[in-house]
Ligand binder design. Structure first.
Ligand SMILES: Nc1ncnc2c1ncn2[C@@H]1O[C@H](COP(=O)(O)OP(=O)(O)OP(=O)(O)O)[C@@H](O)[C@H]1O
Length: 686
């Protein structure tokens, strides 16, 4: 404050020497601090490379390494990529809003200049005891001025809110287009494991990024306009020295603050991730409330959510303690240095007017420079959100291009984890689209972790030939379908299959969508699409009767009833709805993955018969030998990497078991490891 006030005006030699000396000292401290930090960072990177990935590590997509999130070149690159999404062009709504905001900010600065002048005139009127002038200035002009001031201030808030919402809308729609493009939403959480909580990123982080961006524009643009204008006005009134020294002082303070501040950008990104984990822990309790209640698992779950929360609390505590120390520094270097000063003149009343007006300019100028420096602190927080949002978009883009990255854990003497990049465009597997047939030729069944479950699988199934698939838990039965459905990458061989619209998957736990009861049966079609296919409610009722669910229409209040269907229907009812859905779609091939496990054997038989009559060829995964009778072929895995594909005979129908143990199958070898396992597949083709 005081030293700052006296610096610009009438500086003596001694004072100038002190300033130069202090500046050098400051620069020295900053450089030393940067060096220490660089060393510490290098040590941290070494440690990070040696150890497994920790929760607090921010990953660099391109290299899978830890890196500091802050206002640096990387941030600028990320920001440059996000900006065109937020502001797609000069003719866009966002560009217009920015132009309006700029106009309002200039109007606001102009009003501040007016206010400083008015302030001087009011003080002069008081000192010269000019009652008339006092009333004209302090009461009338001041009163009138409140109107434009208030309109401008509120317009500022309105425009910033509109801008934030527009940015959020652009980013959210952009993200949704990518996330829900094909099966990207599946791959982002099942194949790639760079992102843990995509929901948190899509909801909270995008919102915070948009909000920060809209404020940042005014937080930076307004002080910049203020600095130019008030520096000019002040220079006009008291000469150029004052604004020069003041800006110089704040500039040095800014450099010092930047160097001494902890990496708040990184902390923001970490905080968001921890918030995501916490939310996820709670949403799991809601999703699995019934199972948890039956197990009486509340104490265990409480431990889980409390742990997730404690991590947030510890982190936030660390951050606010650092913010406290940093805030003191901010205040000392920037905030409290924004005081006013004046200059002596001849006429006593003019002196007061000048003093008051120039003080106004000076306060405004110093506040503007101060705000600009403090905006730098907000910028580091913004860098955290930028990093999170751009990481989401990077991963989405990678997945779209067929690339994924996965941290895999290898169990050896020591359990280690390493990141692996897979570019599916470089894989040797080939897909041929052909109606009425499914052929696997030397296809390895490989998990995204590169565990080889079956080295080479070959079989051929034509339309009308139903196959039952058996094998111990974890041998790769569902994995075969994940490969068939393009969920998992095809590492080799050739798969010939009909267009995906002619394959239909019925899982053990059917998905029930939000919406009416009709929506459950026709999912993912809409009512209009169903009607276009000729499915009136009457026809749908016939399908429902096949699976013995006709009573539900009356019980639940008709086809248009909306309920939380996952809660309302029993396990068996859900599975029967899923079978009705299968009959509605009538695909060429149906993959039935333990989808009748909760259905009574008689109703199961009726459903299987109906599927055959409808011309749907079945691929059934089941541990129930009672289902053998509905199939002509058996594909049997032994859990050791071998399989058998053969025709079923009469004697098979009498079987009471598939002849496998119920234990977990042996984990496959890694894809890159040498593989010498013998393959005693007894293959047959249909
Ligand atoms: N997303 C995934 N990423 C990595 N490995 C996976 C993934 N999903 C499943 N696996 C692994 O693949 C192996 C085969 O799983 P799969 O679901 O095909 O077994 P399954 O034969 O259908 O077993 P079950 O009879 O128990 O349903 C298992 O060891 C499992 O841990």
């Amino acid at each position: 404050m005081a030293p700052v006030l006296s610096l610009p005006l009438g500086l003596r030699r001694k004072q100038k020497t002190t300033i130069v000396g202090l500046s050098f000292l400051l620069v020295y401290v900053v450089i030393r601090r940067q060096q220490t930090r660089a060393k510490r960072r290098a040590r941290q990177q070494q440690r990070a490379a040696a150890s497994a990935s920790g929760a607090e590590r921010i990953r660099d997509n391109s290299q899978g390494k830890s890196r500091r999130v802050g206002v640096d070149r990387h941030f600028v690159e990320q920001f440059k990529r996000l900006l065109p999404i937020c502001i797609p062009g000069l003719a866009s709504k966002e560009a217009s809003l920015l132009a309006i905001l700029a106009t309002i900010l200039i109007a606001r600065t102009w009003l501040d200049v007016w206010f400083s002048g008015l302030n001087g005139a009011v003080v002069k009127a008081i000192v010269s005891r000019d009652r008339k002038k006092f009333i004209a200035k302090a009461v009338i002009e001041f009163g009138l001025m409140m109107w434009p001031m208030s309109i401008v201030n509120n317009s500022l808030k309105l425009t910033i809110s509109a801008l934030a919402l527009s940015f959020r809308e652009r980013l959210t729609k952009f993200a949704h287009n990518q996330y829900l493009d094909g099966i990207t939403f599946y791959k982002i959480s099942n194949i790639d494991n760079r992102i843990q909580n995509a929901d948190q990123l899509l909801t909270q982080d995008i919102d915070k990024f948009a909000d920060n961006l809209s404020h940042l524009y005014s937080d930076i643009a307004k002080p910049l306009v203020d600095i130019v204008l008030f520096a000019y006005k002040l220079g006009e009134a008291i000469g150029g020295e004052a604004p020069f020294y003041m800006i110089g002082y704040f500039f040095l303070s800014g450099v010092a603050l930047r160097a001494l501040s902890p990496p708040f950008g990184k902390y923001t990104a970490v905080e968001q991730k921890l918030e995501g984990d916490f939310r996820f822990a709670h949403s799991r309790i809601i999703t699995h409330s019934e199972e948890i209640a039956f197990y009486n698992g509340s104490a265990r779950e409480k431990e889980g959510v409390n742990n997730a929360f404690d991590k947030i609390a510890r982190h936030v505590k660390k951050v606010y303690t650092m913010r406290f120390a940093n805030g003191i520094l901010d205040s000392v270097l920037v905030k409290y240095s924004t005081e006013h000063m004046g200059r002596v003149s001849a006429d006593p009343t003019k002196i007061v007017e000048d003093y008051s007006r120039n003080s106004g300019y000076l306060v405004n100028l110093s506040q503007a420079v101060g705000r600009l420096i403090l905006a730098g602190r907000d910028l580091t927080r913004f860098a955290g959100y930028t990093s999170r949002v751009s990481e989401l978009f990077d991963v989405l883009e990678d997945i779209k291009k067929g690339r994924y990255e996965r941290t895999m854990v290898s169990q050896g003497n020591e359990s280690t984890s390493q990141s692996q990049n897979v570019d599916t465009n470089e894989l040797k597997g080939k897909v041929i689209t052909q109606d009425g047939v499914i052929i696997f030729e030397k296809v390895p069944i490989v998990t995204p972790n590169r565990d080889v479950l079956v080295k080479e699988l070959s079989f051929r199934v034509t339309k009308g030939t139903d196959v039952i698939i058996a094998g111990p838990n974890g041998c790769g039965k569902s994995s075969l379908f994940r490969i068939l459905g393009d969920l998992w990458p095809l590492f080799g061989g050739t798969v010939t299959k009909p267009h995906p619209s002619k394959l239909f998957y019925v899982p053990q736990k059917p998905y029930l969508a939000l919406g009416t009861f009709r929506d459950q049966v026709i999912y993912p079609d809409t009512k209009q699409q169903a009607l276009a296919k000729g499915f009136t409610d009457q026809k749908l009722f016939e399908l429902l009767s096949v699976v013995h669910l006709g009573y539900l229409i009356e019980r639940e209040g008709g086809w248009d009833a909306v309920q939380d269907w996952a809660d309302v229907l029993s396990g068996g009812e859900k599975q029967r709805v899923a079978m009705a859905r299968l009959f509605y779609h009538r695909p060429q091939f149906a993959i039935l993955d333990e989808c009748t496990s909760a259905v009574s054997i008689d109703v199961e038989g009726i459903m299987y018969e109906h599927a055959r009559q409808s011309g749907i060829t079945l691929f059934t995964v089941s541990h129930r030998p009672s289902l053998i009778r509905y199939h002509q072929y058996l594909l049997r895995f032994d859990g050791e990497g071998n399989y058998q594909f053969r025709k079923l005979g009469k004697e098979d129908v009498q079987q009471t078991a598939f002849g496998f143990g119920h234990g977990k199958s042996k984990k496959g070898k890694k894809l890159d490891e040498d593989e010498h396992d013998g393959e005693d597949a007894d293959t047959d083709s249909v």
